[in-house]
Design a protein around this ligand. Structure first.
Ligand SMILES: *Cc1c(COP(=O)(O)O)cnc(C)c1O
Length: 376
């Protein structure tokens, strides 16, 4: 740290200069985040210094958080759900599995997740000392049920299904997983970090949320398709006991017990999520999701015209495109300031997410560059 103070202007100049090194959202196909809705930014700023880690001091924002949990519960088929606004999908997944493990009362357990699971589950295995068993995928890139069945045993503390896989946007057969979970009395966690704000607004309907009786917990991220500011995650439990299984005593704070993973946590995310959900309503989200799906269809049609096929017919606004040497194609595209990502082996492909910041004009430009790059 410097010894002497630096005038505000000087500091701001450095910040602006450095900020200019960041790339712009309008060239991003690789991220599940997007520009927050303007009202989310306003709410975020208004609640910036509030601390939900000590809710007795900030009962106002604590109330907003409760209302967010209730709205999310309604959206996901369980108006009485318990939960909280986390920092994102990773924290929500950690906490869901931690609650399941605590409820099962085992420290030497395992969890069974699809091979398509987000890497947060590898962190979970390490943090919670659980063995992470990965079930194979079927030809549609959904988890294979017989593979899941073969991995379950008496030490399994949780099963995971994904509603909107990070790489393919695919939805696992949640009802069938729920059947297995119910039969064996295992906690079923549904990771809808991305899909949570997509699936309720699609014309095509899936059974994946709390309306499926054996679903015990759900991860849903407002900072992905929820148009909220970062860091806004959501964790919901069907039963309040599950949330209780996460609580520790806090000794010196205004509330005697705390269930969140982080201690100090800004209320800005809760306020921002509340503001967007209230302002847009289901109507507004349906429109936004419709826009993203329209972009998705447009991209896939354009890709097919230049001879490029998707790995699966897109279910949501995530597309995996089959191209020869995707790693090389990706690098070439990066040089043209297009940011795309890749899926893992054995289904290596270019991965694109069509978020609300994308436009058809930019998709046209991108497809031209993609065509030139693939021929190279
Ligand atoms: C993005 C994602 C996560 C992780 O969420 P973060 O907010 O990045 O921590 C977890 N699961 C799925 C399915 C995701 O797409």
């Amino acid at each position: 740290m410097r010894d002497k103070a630096l005038p505000e202007d000087e500091v701001m100049r450095i910040l602006e200069e450095t900020r200019a090194h960041d790339y712009n959202y309008d060239r991003f196909f690789s991220t599940m985040c997007s520009l927050p809705h303007p009202i989310a930014i306003r709410a975020h700023d208004m609640f910036l210094e509030t601390n939900l880690g000590d809710p007795g001091l900030f009962p106002g924002v604590a109330e907003l958080e409760e209302r967010v949990v209730q709205m999310l519960g309604e959206l996901l088929g369980c108006p009485g759900a318990s939960g909280y606004v986390s920092t994102g999908g990773t924290e929500s997944n950690i906490q869901a599995i931690r609650a399941a493990r605590n409820e099962a009362g085992r420290k030497d357990g395992n969890i069974v997740v699809p091979a398509s699971a987000h890497f947060s589950f590898d962190k979970i295995g390490d943090l919670l000392c659980l063995e992470v068993r990965k079930a194979e995928l079927d030809e549609n890139l959904r988890v294979d049920l017989s593979s899941v069945e073969s991995l379950l045993d008496e030490k399994t503390v949780a099963m995971v299904g994904i509603a909107g896989t990070t790489e393919f946007g695919q939805v696992d057969p949640i009802e069938e997983l729920a059947g297995m979970a119910q039969e064996r009395g295992i906690h079923l966690h549904v990771d809808a970090a991305f899909g949570g704000f997509v699936l309720p607004f699609l014309d095509r309907k899936f059974a994946w949320d709390f309306s499926v009786p054996a679903v015990s917990s759900i991860t849903i991220d407002p900072h992905k398709m929820g148009m909220s500011t970062i860091p806004a995650g959501g964790l919901l439990f069907r039963s309040p006991q599950c949330l209780n299984a996460l609580e520790t005593e806090t000794y010196y704070l205004t509330k005697a017990r705390q269930a969140s993973l982080t201690g100090t946590r800004s209320g800005a995310a809760a306020a921002s999520t509340y503001a967007v959900m209230m302002h847009l309503g289901r109507e507004g989200f349906k429109k936004m999701v419709g826009y993203c799906m329209d972009l998705t269809d447009y991209l896939v049609a354009g890709a097919r015209e230049i001879g490029i096929e998707p790995l699966i017919e897109p279910v949501m606004n995530v597309v995996a495109l089959k191209v020869p040497s995707p790693g090389k194609v990706r690098e070439e595209l990066m040089e043209r300031d297009w940011h795309v990502s890749m899926t893992r082996e054995p289904n290596r492909a270019l991965r694109l997410i069509l978020m609300r910041h994308m436009t058809k004009e930019n998709i046209d430009l991108f497809l031209k560059d993609l065509q030139a790059t693939v021929i190279l």
